[in-house]
Design a protein around this ligand. Sequence first.
Ligand code: SF4
Length: 324
Amino acid sequence: MKYIFGPVNSRRLGRSLGIDLFAYKICNLNCIYCEVGTASTSVGQRAYYTSPQAIIEEIDVFCADPGRLDTVDVFTVTAKGEPTLHSGLGQIIRHLKRVTDKPVAVLTNGTTLMHSDVRQELAVADIVIPSLDAALAESFLKVDRPGADVDLEKVIEGLTFFSHTFRGKLWLEILLVQDFNDSSRDIEALISAVRCMRLDRIQLNTVVRPPAEHFARPLERERLVELADYLHENLGVPVDLPFAPAEEAPRMQPPAILETNRALSLDEVLEEILQMLKRRPCTAVDIDRTFQLGGPDKVEQLLEPFVNSGVLQRQNHENTCYYQ
Ligand code: SF4
């Protein structure tokens, strides 16, 4: 499959089938922590960057297999970049809602919600997870490195307006990078901006996987916990720390994935792993949690030939080895 990957165990969403709208990175930001890498140019225009029909055909093939469909908790529309820049987004969400009764989530960087066409298309989704990393212009510039047509004030206005009109669940993600957007001024500015929004949850995050820029460093866990408490006290909204260290993460629904993997050949499992690694770096623990291959050691053995042949690379980040 070219556009569909997973299902993967998402700490936020459960067993999530990813639908990646792009074949390569298309984004109007160039975040220093991006897992997809740096973008050579910023793309601000909505367009049909890939064929919606090709994506819909893959969705239909997946949904035609009840055994595989049963292993999914949620369909997550995402992209190597910003999914709301795809003009076919609404068509794809509506198709998902027609062919399945599973919830549909959309991840977005939140920069296009001032546009009524984007808001209308997202209105059909069950969960929207937008980001807002900074409410101070200088921090937004440093962390998210927006394209020329992205205006922070309009982004916050769009997010606020959407939060009061969207009927589904809205979870705001805030990603903090050490010494870039984690000062007291940054936190107070974020609180002022977010206070006007109607949110169901806040997901507080930091740099977990290998970032686009080596200088993007994570916050210490203690500091994140402290900030999560502070945001909760000031905003009255649940604040999650979804990216707990791997050893603290729960194993999710092992029976379902075990059934799935018994039905998949080794080649198919390897293909799914490679598809997943195309989109974001993962540890052997992440891969084992998703595919239940008998432990991280087994994953390492399985992937060794791909590393030796140069198809995959190992990268160390914060004392953790990632495959990409
Ligand atoms: S992290 Fe998301 S919003 Fe930021 S550059 Fe990467 S794809 Fe775009």
